[in-house]
Ligand binder design. Structure first.
Ligand code: SF4
Length: 473
């Protein structure tokens, strides 16, 4: 076998850096990513900072990098002159005029921006937050800064952004840290179970389960429209519709069907749905959801609500999902098989249209795609199905099933990573635990963020969690 030269990777990186610099010399402005990295690590002469309108500026906390839509950094704390420190968001733009060019001035997601970070002075935006031009305040020449930023060190989580609890947590033996996270996870699990129980008291156990499932299918962008569709299920069930009619009702009531089908691959299927829906539309007119209620930006194809609704139509048309879930739960699958067996239980059969298309307008895939993936099945289990079984068993005073639901929750392997979890891991666990081994560990971390971080600020002011950990240790 050929051996890899020991310096190959180092040489490859050096070439990349040279190319990067060459490219940068051709452009007068640095990329926004470099500005974000400088801001995140505060590679600035921090004692000298002034905004473009001349106010002295102190950065008490740069905020947490937001990789999703909205401002680039959340939860920063800054102080203008001798005013009270302000907490809010930071938007990084290469030029000040990008604030208006990118329409941030009209986007409510940017209403909390307290400081704009730009590369250099430009045309000021009169109504926007004060701006800081980084170029004048770098703590090293820009060429060196580009080299540093191209280096992996710039990708690491800055030590001084770690939470005050990260040291006491790191000092805990791993098994005690895990036990603490599991305790916090059970608090979260039981809170979700109580919410389902409250709803079951008004609407019945099955309806409460459906609403929980629909909410989870809405992912974080479309929880509320999905909840509303689920609330309408008792009406939508009338006449026991078959699969296509269920899909027509769910997609129609959600505002996804129009008289003019898309001029694309899905036209024939959309026409078939419309053939059902136009006759029923009047009956459901009062319940119709406006199309614009759905948030579609930034959604992965698999998370599109039309696709999720089409999948739910399979469960509703089959009519046996509850029985199947009961069988799965009482069969007691071994811990290693929990996600696979639930996925098998919930996976609908091949759909003539949705197994082959991501949306009404996307081209046909070469191979069929499952309607439900493992990560969504895990979300359903952790957030809805297991809490529902737990609270229903508790209401029925069935201690064996209460314990079974709790055990399955604690045994469930880790769920898909997300931005919130990554931030929590880096801030609380100092990034040294690359991944948590179980979904319960992840849920425990989120519960700590909810109970402590959300009530404090980026500087961990007055947070009691570090002391609690020390006492626990
Ligand atoms: S606010 Fe509290 S729980 Fe959150 S990182 Fe800071 S010390 Fe830890």
């Amino acid at each position: 076998m050929n051996s890899v030269p020991p310096e190959l990777y180092v040489q490859w990186r050096a070439q990349q850096e040279a190319l990067f610099l060459l490219h940068e010399r051709d452009t007068p402005l640095p990329p926004e990513r470099l500005l974000q990295t400088i801001w995140r690590h505060q590679r600035l002469q921090r004692d000298l900072l002034r905004t473009l309108d001349g106010q002295p500026l102190r950065i008490l906390h740069p905020g947490f990098w937001n990789r999703e839509a909205g401002p680039d950094f959340r939860g920063a704390i800054v102080q203008f002159g001798s005013e009270e420190p302000l907490s809010g968001d930071i938007e990084v733009d290469v030029l000040p005029e990008n604030w208006q060019a990118h329409q941030h001035d009209r986007n409510p997601a940017f209403a909390g921006v307290i400081l704009r970070v730009v590369w250099t002075a430009g045309r000021p935006a009169s109504s926007a937050a004060p701006a800081l031009a980084l170029r004048e305040f770098l703590d090293m020449p820009v060429e060196d800064m580009q080299l540093w930023a191209a280096h992996s060190a710039a990708e690491t989580w800055p030590d001084n952004l770690r939470g005050a609890c990260s040291t006491p947590l790191a000092q805990l033996p791993p098994d005690r840290r895990e036990a603490l996270l599991r305790q916090a996870a059970l608090v979260r699990f039981q809170r979700k179970a109580r919410e389902l129980e409250n709803r079951a008291r008004q609407a019945g156990w099955e309806q409460a389960l459906w609403e929980g499932i629909f909410r989870a299918l809405g992912y974080k962008q479309n929880i509320w429209p999905m909840q509303r569709v689920a609330e309408l299920l008792p009406r939508l069930r009338e006449g026991a519709p078959a699969l296509l009619a269920w899909q027509a009702r769910l997609l129609g009531i959600s505002g996804f069907l129009t008289a003019a089908p898309p001029a694309a691959e899905g036209a024939e299927y959309a026409r078939a749905l419309w053939d059902h829906w136009w006759r029923e539309r009047e009956t459901f007119r009062a319940e119709l959801l406006p199309r614009k209620i759905w948030r579609m930006n930034g959604l992965r194809p698999a998370n599109q609500p039309q696709r999720r609704l089409a999948m739910a139509a399979h469960w509703l048309a089959a009519g046996d999902i509850l029985t199947r879930l009961e069988t799965w739960f009482t069969a007691g699958p071994s811990p290693g098989l929990l996600p696979d067996t639930l996925l098998t239980c919930l996976q609908p059969p091949l759909d003539d249209f949705w197994s082959w298309h991501w949306s009404f307008t996307s081209p046909r895939q070469a191979r069929p795609q499952p309607l439900l993936g493992e990560s969504r099945a895990t979300d359903l289990a952790i957030n809805v199905i297991l809490p529902w079984f737990w609270t229903r068993a508790r209401a029925g005073k069935n201690d064996r099933l209460v314990l079974a639901a709790e055990e399955r929750f604690l045994q469930w392997p880790q769920a898909q990573d997300n931005t919130l979890l990554r931030l929590a891991r880096q801030r609380l666990l100092g990034g040294h635990t690359a991944r948590l081994s179980s979904a319960a560990g992840q849920q425990g971390l989120l519960q700590i963020v909810h109970d402590f971080c959300d009530r404090s600020n980026a500087l961990c002011a007055e947070c009691t969690f570090p002391d609690l950990v020390r006492k626990y240790a």
